[in-house]
Design a protein around this ligand. Structure first.
Ligand code: ADP
Ligand code: MG
Length: 700
């Protein structure tokens, strides 16, 4: 149970004074998970994105453009728009000894303007100067103040990310309220860590972060920001270690196979294992044979050959008479694994079954019975596998594919289906080494960092969207020669509806040109419909598959050799890499066309350049981390990394190491977090909502 001390922090934003139902909904949209309500903790962890520095008070001539400044100027002229309903703005000219600047107000109340800017008066005006037709102007000054008003203004003001309709002052006011409700929390950090890094207390840091007192208050190196980042990182490191300790605590069972099934499978393969596959298998087999429970992550880029590694691990376990389960995140992927793996596993005489949520009740009952009786060696399925009414005869190994679609909880649930089940997790998203620790600190890692031989590189080109006609002409030629293509439509930020309509519009366009050969899949389709389209694409009845990013994970159609990505500038590097990985899987020469809409930001330019330069997922992952600044966390989420709210891994890597070392020390001394500091650390875990980890502890 969460300590009651934290209750105020988890109170609803809607309950704050001055927050009406409409504003509350905007806060929900800005801060909460879909369908949830925003809480004070969400507000408190929504740190300012920039700071207005009002100490910059230049003369008009010296004022930098496009920067928030405060000017002292005299009002010299009012240019009221003609006619009551005129659309032209109300302009006010102000000047000092060095020059003048025009204040521009659209649809403003003229009375208010005349009152706040009387002719001949001196005023303090804050805002951003821009050049328009060679003249300096400020559109909608941020503030217009007299001497008394200026005295009340803070020198620095926090600026928050907002959502449509939500005004900055609401966020400022609600955040101030939330700060006053912050309870006194016990110190959970080690005193020597705090003093060595010169870090303030948590509450003090939170206040400083929201009430910037200097221009560099938002720098990730500011002590307040560092403190908050360290807290979040410590919570995450502790949680990972607690989970790992629990999963490891029950001793594993040694699966010492005699190698007969694995040999049968290997000799039936039309290729030899790569060195990386062999090394990974050796690591897995050592885990399987040991008395310790296995919890291993296999990271391998698309096409690196994870499936056969899983098949051979399954075979080793089957040699000891035990069952394996393979869990995939979607119906399509489960089915695909089933189709691929069945011939491989059957070559050693293993019996394979498919279990998904779509099985009819009678089929499911029969399958459950067969699995329970041990008549099935390998069960492949979706999360239907972790349903409570499924009992295995003797589950030895759980393989989880595409890990980032599953949470730790589901991994635990599948592991709990048998007696000390070994767990193998496979992910197609290479994680930079610096991050593997945070993302998967609870697992051992193997890397399939070498591709099977004989792959032809994918020709990757970037083209401005204006040249779409060339792309379509090229597509027409390729289709005539029997090619198949993916056409991925843009990801519109946080808006599934728009996402969908862009894909639907493109589908309609292409259908006009190519007729029935064009199909559409998107995230809103029912499973059955989606499968039907995918299967038509697999069979070649559909030749151009228009898709939203649902095709990103795992889908395998070797005949597809063309990938078109629209608005490629909006995708993160990891995502582009994943999408491109859908082609280049067969023997044919493949190409990837990145259509972009300019002007490109520096970061977007860099992403498109890197993706053209390399197909090495590990290198791309490193570059991604290097490039990813604030506001580009899309890639992180896609990569399945835990997204931090306060920490920025590209800036706080050193603190990550501090948190890791401290978490290790803490749990070595106090594994159940029972001491006084342990209690404080439990509060920390609740504060960062690592309730899953606290639940593993004895009540204390
Ligand atoms: P992924 O890691 O993306 O799941 P797959 O396991 O689907 O990759 O393998 C991609 C393709 O490479 C498959 O067609 C598979 O048969 C083939 N493959 C796997 N290992 C090798 C190898 N050592 N040599 C040649 N081809 C291989
Ligand atoms: Mg795969």
């Amino acid at each position: 149970m969460r300590p009651s001390l934290l209750d105020p922090v988890f109170g609803r934003v809607a309950a704050l004074p001055g927050v009406g139902p409409k504003t509350a909904r905007m806060f929900d949209r800005l801060l909460a998970k879909p369908g949830a309500e925003a809480r004070l903790v969400d507000l408190l962890f929504h740190l300012p994105s920039t700071v207005i520095d009002r100490s910059v008070r230049p003369t008009i001539a010296a004022a930098p453009l496009e920067t928030m400044v405060v000017l002292k100027a005299c009002v010299t002229e009012h240019r009221r728009p003609q006619g009551r309903y005129s659309k032209s703005p109300y302009r006010v000219l102000v000047e000092d000894d060095t020059g003048d600047v025009e204040l521009v107000f659209f649809l403003a109340n003229p009375d208010w303007i005349e009152r706040s800017l009387p002719l001949g008066a001196t005023r303090w005006i804050s805002g951003r100067i821009e050049l328009y037709d060679g003249r300096r102007q400020i559109v909608h000054p941020d503030r217009v103040l007299d001497e008394a008003g200026l005295a009340k203004l803070p020198a620095y003001e926090a600026v928050y990310g907002l959502t449509e309709g939500l005004q900055a002052r609401y966020v400022l006011r609600a955040t101030e309220e939330a700060l006053t409700r912050l309870p006194n929390l016990p110190e959970w950090q080690d005193a020597s860590v705090l003093s060595a890094n010169k870090l303030p207390a948590f509450a003090e840091a939170l206040r400083a972060a929201h009430r910037p007192a200097s221009a560099d208050a938002l720098s990730p190196q500011h002590p307040a920001r560092q403190r908050l980042a360290l807290d979040e990182l410590l919570a995450s490191q502790l949680a990972l270690r607690l989970i790992r300790a629990k999963m490891r605590r029950p001793p594993g069972r040694a699966h010492k196979g005699d190698g007969r099934y694995a040999r049968a499978i290997e000799s039936a393969l039309p290729f030899r294992l790569t060195r990386a596959q062999q090394r990974t298998l050796d690591e897995i087999r050592a885990d399987l044979a040991s008395e310790q429970r296995m919890l291993r992550l296999v990271q391998g880029d698309v096409g690196s050959g994870k499936t056969v590694v899983a098949a051979l691990a399954i075979a080793s376990v089957a040699e000891t008479g035990r069952q394996s389960a393979l869990m995939a995140p979607t119906e399509i992927l489960a089915r695909q694994h089933y189709d691929r793996l069945t011939p491989t596993l059957a070559s050693a005489g293993l019996r394979v079954a498919l279990l998904t949520g779509r099985a009819k009740p009678s089929e499911r009952a029969a399958l459950h019975a067969a699995i329970g009786a041990g008549e099935v060696d390998v069960v492949i399925g979706t999360h239907a596998l972790v349903q409570s009414d499924l009992a295995f005869h003797d589950l030895g190994l759980a393989v989880v594919d595409e890990q980032h679609r599953f949470g730790v909880e589901q991994r635990l649930a599948l592991g709990a289906k048998g007696d000390a089940v070994d767990v193998l997790v496979m992910t197609a998203t290479p994680i930079p080494r610096t991050l593997a620790l945070t993302a998967f600190g609870d697992m051992d890692c193997s890397a399939l960092d070498e591709k099977p031989p004989g792959r032809t590189p994918i020709a990757t080109r970037a083209l401005p969207a204006e040249r779409i006609d060339e792309v379509i002409a090229g597509l027409r030629r390729a289709l005539a020669e029997g090619a198949r293509a993916y056409w991925v439509c843009p990801l519109v930020e946080e808006n599934e509806e728009l996402d969908l309509s862009a894909a639907q519009a493109r589908h309609a366009d292409l259908s006009r040109l190519f007729g029935a050969a064009v199909g559409l899949v998107h995230g809103r389709m029912k499973g059955g419909e989606k499968d039907a389209v995918m299967e038509a694409f697999q069979r070649g009845e559909v030749k151009i598959l228009v898709a939203t990013t649902v095709i990103e994970v795992g889908v395998d159609v070797p005949e597809a050799t063309i990938m078109v990505i629209e608005h490629a500038e909006r995708f993160g590097l990891a995502q582009l890499h994943q999408l491109r990985g859908r082609v280049g899987r067969g023997s044919g020469k493949s190409s990837c066309l990145l259509l972009y809409k300019g002007p490109l930001s520096e970061a977007a330019k860099a992403r498109l350049m890197i993706i053209r330069q390399t197909e090495d997922g590990f290198r791309i992952a490193e570059e991604d981390l290097r490039l990813r600044g604030e506001g580009e966390i899309l890639g992180v989420r896609q990569a399945g990394l835990p997204s931090f709210r306060l920490a920025d891994l590209s800036a706080h890597a050193r603190l990550l190491a501090v948190a890791r070392d401290d978490a290790e020390l803490i749990l070595r001394r106090d594994p159940e977090l029972a001491s006084d500091r342990g209690q404080a650390l439990r509060a920390l875990l609740y504060l960062f909502e690592r309730n899953d980890a606290v639940r593993l502890l004895r009540a204390g």
